[in-house]
Write a protein that binds this ligand. Sequence first.
Ligand code: ADP
Length: 973
Amino acid sequence: MQENQRMSLMKWIWRSFLRIALIPLFVVELVFISIFFFSNDWANDVMMKLFKDAAQEDLLHTVSRESKVITMQLESISNTTNLYRQEVEESLKNRALFTEEDQERLHYSSDGVFHTTRNLKEDGAAVFYSGATTQDHDIQKVARLLTTQDLMKHIYKTESLAEAVYFNTHDSLNVMFPYYDVMDQINPKTLIPEFNFYYEADQEHNPSRGTKWTDVYLDPAGNGWLASSIAPVYKDDSLEGVVGIDVTLDTIRERILDLDIPWEGFGMLVGKDGTILALPQKGEVIFGLNELNEYAYDQQIYTNTFKPEKFNLYNQDETKHFAEILPEAKKGLTTAKFNGKDHFLAWSTVEETGWKFISVVDEEQIFNDLFLLDRELMKIGALMIFGLILFYLLFFMFLYKRAQKLSHSISDPLYEINNLVHEIGAGRYYQKDESFRIEELDQTATSITSMGQTLGTANEELYKAQEELKEKESDLRALVSSIDDVIMRLDENGTYINIWTNDESKLSKSKNDLIGTRINDVFSEKDALFFMVTIREVQELGQPKTVEYHIDTLAGKRWFQGRLAPIVDESGEFRHFVLTARDITDLKELQESLRKAKEEAEQASKAKSDFLSSMSHELRTPMNAILGFTQLLEYEKDALTTSQNESVEEILKAGNHLLTLINEMLDLARIEAGKLTVSLEPVEVQPVMEEVIGIISPLASNKRITIDHNLDLWNEIYVYADRTRLKQVLLNLLSNAVKYNQDEGCIRVECSVKGEKAQFLVEDTGLGIDDKEIDQIFEPFTRILDEKIIEGTGIGLALSKQLMALMNGTISVKSELGEGSMFWIELPAVENIITDQIQETNQKSTVLTGSNEKKKLLYIEDNPANLHLVQKMITHKSNIEFMSAMNGENGLKLAQTHQPDLILVDLNLPGLDGYDVLSNVQDHPSTKGIPVIAISANAMPREIEKGIAAGFQDYLTKPLEVTTFLDVLQKHL
Ligand code: ADP
């Protein structure tokens, strides 16, 4: 059966039955039947041979026995013949007389025959003395011979086979017992010596002169077919006559006929020359002969009469070959075909006469029983086959029924199970658990039922989950449709797995076409490579990354900002990437236009700044000349008229105003051009404020304005700032507070530290600013009040704001129109930071406590705040002797005098700068070898490199960081 060939269960079981049980059984049965027939056939052959051998032996035995019996009988006849001959010889020697009775019955016939005319009363012999004899009848001889009458009679009576006893003489005298009518039977002129029963005994035919048997011949005395035992009687060596005893074949034939030859066979007697002597009726049928039982003696017999030629076996076609076999052996077996049938022939020789006794049996008859047995066995065989076929038919039917039953007992539950599965498949999950006889099927049904229930439960949960999922999906869809972003799911090879968008024109291809393609198919080779590198990075780091890309979409070339994030499952296993792409083309264009606008604005601003800068420079030179010459004129006050003096004053006033304007413009231009740098360092507030208030006070007193301040409390307050620029901002705020104040107004100046910030507050009781305009006051050239009333440039506050930004500070305003304004600035405070750092450092380490030896430290710095700061930093280091100088020249002198262990120098010194100090220290023999450390507000790496290259041992940047500073000291002291 082919593996994939489908068939019903019934067919399959039936086939299995056939293959496993029936066919082998059938084959075995066939083998047995074959063996049966073969052995039957073989036994038959053996039996046939045995039968044949037994039959042949039996036949041979029968013919031997019969031939012996005949031989014995014939022997007896021969002996008697001999006896009779002796008696005849004896009788012929003696004289004899006729008895009266014989006398009476002997007469001559007209033919000259001397003969008996009647029988004796008590039976006597017949006498025939032929009339043909030329000699005279020897009557005396007749008388002598008749003396043997009694012996003849005796022989006749005792020898059952003897038909006649006679003596024939050479002169044709015949004396014979029993009596017969000689004249009626014998021709009167008969010459007896011419007959075979005479001449066969003469000297020529029988030189031994013993007893001899004649061939079969027809008895001339009318006794039918005869054979005679004859013996010659000599008288003085001349043959006197021949005695003989006739034996009729009828007697033998009857005996043979009576013989019970088995297998319906028959016996037959054959003469020496092959003539059939005796043949029963069965034989006649076979040979197609009619035995010559009777012979018509309608005429007297004058000659020998023998059996016709057709009675000779050796002349018959079927038995011709006997001529070669039979005479050769005394007994034997042979076969012959008669009427198309095979016959067995067994023969045995009758010793006395040389006759052959043959028994003939139809072969068929021998084997008849065997054939019958064979037929019976064949019948049994046929019955067996029939029985077998019947058995097989019944068995097949039975098996077919069984197969049907078996297939039903499997297929019915299977149908049921199938139904179960169908029902479950159709969504009817909760099925009744059917029970089946076959355990496995029952278990299967139970498993399927419970699977159905599990499936049902799972399905319900799945349904719920699906519903939730649908809800979430619709939420997601709503979300996706509400956002303009394109969301894509990619695998690690950059293949698009799914895409969500509400606008497919943002894609390079239609959504369906894009799914399944790779990034390489959409992006340029370079961009695709970049994307793949980003994917790898995201995969490795597990962190999202943002990329910007420019691609061809269905709506043309667009810019996208994509955020590539990894998707990991619950176990933390990497799954896919999600790419959220936002169309930023508009933004990019805006950025671009902004960039361009900025560039243009910057260019314009630069042009403006350059213009202002160059203009201011250009103006400063004539302004210097104007102011210089005006100031010279002022010195010549007395030489000028009042009016001239007033003019000079106006020129100076206008000139100063213009110079202020030019300076401020120049600053502003430098700031905008990025050229203005500030040097941030700790600045002590109190001196700066004192200075500013000192400058402003005369102006305020002109307007009888009072300045309130708490200067005493500002001691020890430091801020990180550029001292000059801080002073400039404060001056601007205070001058405005004066300018925009009313006469006899009030200005409150306050400084305080709030957390890390230090705040400077300037409050006036002036005009105040309208809320609407308050935002504009920090714009350059913005003047709210009529500039004719109050002198001003409109740049001050704008510049202040820029400067505050440069110093990491802020400027703010709060104002009420008509009430006054409050301006305040905030800067990083130094005080607390420094104090905290120092304390912290002291707690952490015992810097410079390794040795009690005093170390000299020289600090050259023009900024007192910095000097103060450093001094404070080393307050707790008792082994350091601190000395300072405000400029390079003094510093060098101190160094040469005291030869400190370490020199700190500010690079930006008035006069000799830091580099000059270094070269002087290194050049002077008394200071050569002292390590010099640079301190500078310039923290540019290039500057640091330059300093180190010049020979500074270290380069510290302002603002000083306490820990670093102390570490450097530790290193070099
Ligand atoms: P200037 O004072 O030279 O005009 P500023 O930049 O200093 O320029 O000031 C800008 C403007 O802000 C002034 O023109 C003035 O209108 C207003 N302003 C500044 N300070 C005050 C103040 N303290 N009170 C009222 N208005 C002020």
